[in-house]
Design a protein around this ligand. Structure first.
Ligand code: HEC
Length: 201
């Protein structure tokens, strides 16, 4: 009797296990709706801040006078921890790009600019082998987003100009130091980078 129930329990485990969901690659990695849309990781402001830019533009056309945009890039903490070990983004990496308008002359600030509370754009670059590798998603005032089509310019520009895999590590100072140390920068970009600071040599 006992032997039978042990065998039965074993059979149940064998039967259930392959049907069980594969655990996510990282605990704070991407999560999707039933129809495959990415869920906005609402806790991204608690992630690791990789870098900031102001008025970045892919052309030399200038912005309308008085308008300024600031951007911040965040990564999920367990992906950053893995990057520190290897200099490569692991499966389950999410890189969030947040754009905000800039404002001057607020409170005691008389020169220079700070960010407004208003978010102008939220886009994420996700590495997920189960969803076809690297993909882009745009959260335009939404909490779920479909994969941006693979023919979009996002993919070709990141492929051609990103120095680690398809990401812009050249603009993320701490990650850049790690990538230099681990030797994961695509060789063709090494000559266009500024020399490393003395402490990193
Ligand atoms: C012409 C080049 C170019 C195109 C096209 C482009 N990007 Fe980027 N992208 C950049 C640059 C440069 C950065 C670095 C930004 C920074 O330093 O703050 C970046 C950074 C990002 C990041 C932060 C993570 C990373 O990969 O470094 C995301 C997310 C992102 N872009 C999304 C998009 C999406 C979505 C599209 C298409 C709708 C797109 N990008 C199109 C140049 C481009």
């Amino acid at each position: 009797m006992l032997r039978l129930s042990v065998a039965a329990a074993f059979a149940v485990v064998m039967f259930v296990a392959p049907l069980g969901k594969k655990p996510a690659a990282l605990p704070d990695g991407p999560r999707y709706t039933a129809n495959g849309q990415l869920l906005l990781p609402e806790d991204y402001p608690e992630w690791v801040h990789l870098g900031a830019g102001i008025d970045m533009s892919y052309t030399s056309a200038s912005l309308p006078a008085g308008h300024s945009v600031m951007n911040n890039v965040f990564v999920n903490p367990s992906a950053y921890r893995a990057f520190k070990q290897t200099g490569q983004w692991p499966d389950g990496t999410m890189l969030m790009l947040e754009n905000r308008a800039a404002q001057g002359d607020l409170s005691i600030n008389k020169l220079g600019r700070t960010e407004t509370p208003e978010v102008l754009g939220l886009e994420v670059h996700v590495k997920d082998a189960a969803h076809g590798g690297w993909g882009f998603y745009d959260f335009d005032q939404t909490k779920t987003a479909p994969l941006i089509e693979l023919t979009a310019a996002c993919y070709s520009c990141h492929q051609q100009h990103g120095i680690v895999d398809t990401t812009f590590v050249q603009f993320y100072p701490t990650a850049l130091g790690i990538a230099r140390q681990k030797g994961t920068i695509k060789p063709e970009f090494l000559k266009e980078l500024p020399p490393p600071p003395p402490a990193a040599q």
